[in-house]
Each structure stands twice: as structure tokens, then as C-alpha cells.
Design a protein around this ligand. Structure first.
Ligand SMILES: Cc1ncc(COP(=O)(O)O)c(C=O)c1O
Length: 404
């Protein structure tokens, strides 16, 4: 495998700042190609979508390219790709829509592992409908969300289960296909938060069994927006409130107002960069999906090696508790240190231009369930551009801060 991290880093102008970025789970740095794509669509001839002249065609092409790229990334259908301002906005929209006909007696299942973006919209919509919320806990000792725990919350009244494919706080990746089988057996829908997952794992919405799957391109080298993927036939069954002259077709009926063409082009560019992370495999692969598969495999190997190094280094630090423990997890590590507030360590690291933020990162229920309250811990996330020198600087910086 030819994962050339030096080459990859050279594609990120922001890394010239000298900062070591471990804040990828909050949002990654963006490569030059993404910025160029945004600028080129925005400052090239650009009008509303249409067929009259270059400017309309470029808007049309940006939308079309985005749907194809995201369909490749999630292994979905281009007509099932919905753009939104953020995953939070999309989940709020879809939670209101999906619960519209619910009433007392209907049930929804949410988890304490999830980011609040896949919890609160459901809790609030369920309350409005008079529906019952069932909570599923993860094991704070192991960080695991057991499939059995989800199954135990299901009944013939369950309408929907909202669960994360990967925790943005401790990296846990629940067994989504097994959960999907149980959810579908109960006759319910599965709404999967893939925001953190997609930064590290190549999604396959069909294999996951997700009826709805959200992700956010700014977590995987792209611009700030959100995407929801679903089967077009399922989207056809949902009718949001919309403007009278606006189209009724899917997926456009879920996208309100004029689309941000330049951001859509940036998303396409991000998917193309991801598909080229391993140029050797990429050259040999037939389709973009194949290239993505090869590149994610190379990314995995790279991130696994760095994660092992980071975990070994952290284990040797004074007073450390590492909360990322699940058998299947992303390279996102949450740690606390006896006698030191995580936020103090973040500031100490920043003095050496190492960015590792601290907090609960909106995984509020998870942070509280771990016993970390609202303060959370220090989160260190690996990204495609992280290298061994970054990891060394992080470990050295922590050792110095803990000694000081
Ligand atoms: C797991 C997870 N879900 C949802 C979100 C919210 O995403 P967005 O900012 O696109 O609303 C985040 C953002 O941090 C996240 O990490």
C-alpha cells in the first residue's frame, strides 16, 4: 500500500501553519483541491440551475456531480442523496417529518452513545407527538453499545431507532448491521448517524441496513454542510411542507431554497481526494467506489498504526484514563488525567501549537454516562493528514504539561 502521508500533507495549505491538528472529529482541514473547486464554481459563470448557457449548466453540473459523488461514497443512489446545511438540520427536518403522524402508543429508541444531534431532535419530536422515548445505554466500562441492549428496547410499537455508527466522543462503532436486522424484524426504521463514522470507514448504506444515513462533509476534508442518504423509494413516501412553485421530485423536495452550488462542488472534490489517498490502488481501480475502497483500506492501515503508537504513549502517562475501549472503534481517543482539568491540558498543548480540544463535544449523554459530567475529556482524533511527528508532539506536549 502506498499511503504517502508527506504527499497528502502537501495538499493541505493550512498545515503550513505548523499546528498539529487532532481536532479532526470536530472538523478536518481542507485540501487545496476542495478550496479550488469551491472558488472555481463560485467565481466562474454561475446562475440558477438550468440549461440556458454555461452559467446555468455549471450550477446543474455541480448538483449532479455532488449526488453522484455522495452516492459513490455511501454506496447509495444519487436520487437518495439530500443536501442540508448540517446533519443537525437534516435530522431536525426528518424527525419532524417522520413523527408527524405519530401519537401516544408509538415508540422511538435513542441511545446514550449518540451525539445530541441524533438524540434531541427525536426526543423533542416524540414529545410533541405524545410518543414514548426508550433509552439504550452503552457499557461505560467497555464503551460498547450491545446489540442486545437495542433489541431489548424494541417492541411492536417501535417506529424508529436512532443510533450512531460511531461515537464522536469515544470512537465506539456499534454493530449496525446486527442492529438493523433487529430493528427491521420489529417493523421499525433505522436512522443512522454516520457523521463520525464516514471520516474513518467507507459507508455502505445497504450493507449497514440504514434506512436513513447522515454525514457531514466537513468531517472528511470537505466544506461545511450535511448530507442525508436514503432509498429514493423511501423518500417518495415522505412529503415535507414546501413552497408551491418548488419541485416535488426526490430528493429536491427536501432541499429548501437555492442550493449552495459551490459547496456541492467542494463535496465532490473532497470525495475525489478521498478516492485518491492511495494513488497506486486508485490507478488500478475501475470505478470511484473501487478507488474509495482501496483508499479507505490504506487510510485504515495508516490510522491504525498511528493509533497504536498514540495509545501506547498515552498508557505511559501519569494519571491517565483512556475512555476509548470498544473492540471496534475509530482512531478518536478520549482521555482524562488525574489532577488535571482536560481544558488546562488543551491550553498547555496549544502553547506548542498542538490542537487537541476538550469537552463533551455534544455527546452530552455519553459524557455524563461515563461519569465525566459536562466537562468531558481531552479528545485526540486522527485524520488522513496526521503523521508520526504530530503524534510525537502530542505525547511530548502532554508529558511536559503533566510534569509541570
Ligand atoms: C457523531 C456526530 N453526529 C452529528 C454531528 C453534527 O453534525 P453537524 O455539525 O453537521 O450538524 C457531529 C458533529 O460533531 C458528530 O460528531
Amino acid at each position: 500500500m502506498a499511503y504517502d502521508v508527506a504527499r497528502i500533507r502537501s495538499e493541505f495549505p493550512s498545515l503550513e501553519s505548523g499546528w498539529a491538528h487532532f481536532d479532526g472529529p470536530g472538523g478536518t482541514q481542507a485540501p487545496r483541491a476542495v478550496g479550488d473547486a469551491v472558488a472555481s464554481v463560485l467565481t466562474g459563470p454561475l446562475s440558477n440551475r438550468g440549461t440556458i448557457g454555461m452559467s446555468e449548466e455549471r450550477a446543474e453540473a455541480a448538483v449532479h456531480g455532488f449526488r453522484l459523488a455522495m452516492a459513490d461514497l455511501v454506496n447509495g443512489h444519487p436520487r437518495g442523496i439530500v443536501h442540508g446545511r448540517s446533519a443537525t438540520q437534516l435530522t431536525y427536518d426528518f424527525s419532524r417529518l417522520l413523527t408527524r403522524e405519530w401519537g401516544p402508543g408509538d415508540e422511538i429508541v435513542v441511545t446514550r452513545l449518540d451525539h445530541d444531534a441524533n438524540v434531541r431532535p427525536w426526543v423533542q419530536s416524540a414529545a410533541r407527538a405524545g410518543a414514548t422515548v426508550r433509552w439504550v445505554d452503552f457499557d461505560p466500562e467497555t464503551g460498547e453499545l450491545a446489540t442486545d441492549a437495542v433489541s431489548a428496547a424494541l417492541s411492536d410499537r417501535t417506529r424508529l431507532v436512532a443510533v450512531t455508527a460511531a461515537s464522536n466522543l469515544i470512537g465506539t462503532m456499534p454493530d449496525i448491521p446486527a442492529i438493523a436486522a433487529a430493528v427491521h424484524e420489529a417493523g421499525a426504521l433505522l436512522y443512522v448517524d454516520g457523521v463520525h463514522y464516514t471520516a474513518h470507514e467507507l459507508p455502505d448504506v445497504a450493507a449497514l441496513g440504514a434506512d436513513f444515513f447522515t454525514c457531514s462533509p466537513y468531517k472528511f476534508l470537505g466544506p461545511h454542510c450535511g448530507v442525508l442518504a436514503a432509498r429514493p423509494e423511501l423518500l417518495e413516501t415522505l412529503m415535507p411542507d414546501k413552497l408551491l412553485p418548488a419541485t416535488n421530485i426526490v430528493p429536491e423536495r427536501f432541499e429548501f431554497g437555492t442550493l449552495p452550488y459551490e459547496l456541492l462542488a467542494g463535496v465532490t472534490a473532497a470525495v475525489d481526494v478521498l478516492s485518491g489517498l492511495d494513488p497506486d490502488a486508485a490507478d488500478a481501480a475501475e470505478s470511484r467506489r473501487d478507488r474509495l475502497a482501496a483508499s479507505y483500506a490504506a487510510l485504515h492501515a495508516h490510522e491504525d498504526a498511528l493509533r497504536t503508537r498514540l495509545e501506547e504513549g498515552l498508557a505511559g502517562l501519569q494519571g491517565v484514563t483512556l475512555w476509548s475501549r470498544a473492540a471496534r472503534r475509530t482512531p478518536t481517543l478520549l482521555a482524562t488525567f488525574a489532577g488535571h482539568a482536560a481544558s488546562d491540558l488543551t491550553h498547555a498543548l496549544a502553547a506548542g501549537r498542538v490542537l487537541a480540544p476538550s469537552g463533551n463535544f455534544y455527546a452530552l449523554e455519553a459524557s455524563r454516562h461515563l461519569g465525566l459530567g459536562d466537562a468531558g475529556g481531552l479528545r485526540m482524533g486522527l485524520a488522513p493528514y496526521t503523521d508520526a511527528a504530530d503524534v510525537g508532539r502530542l505525547l511530548d506536549g502532554l508529558a511536559a504539561a503533566l510534569a509541570g
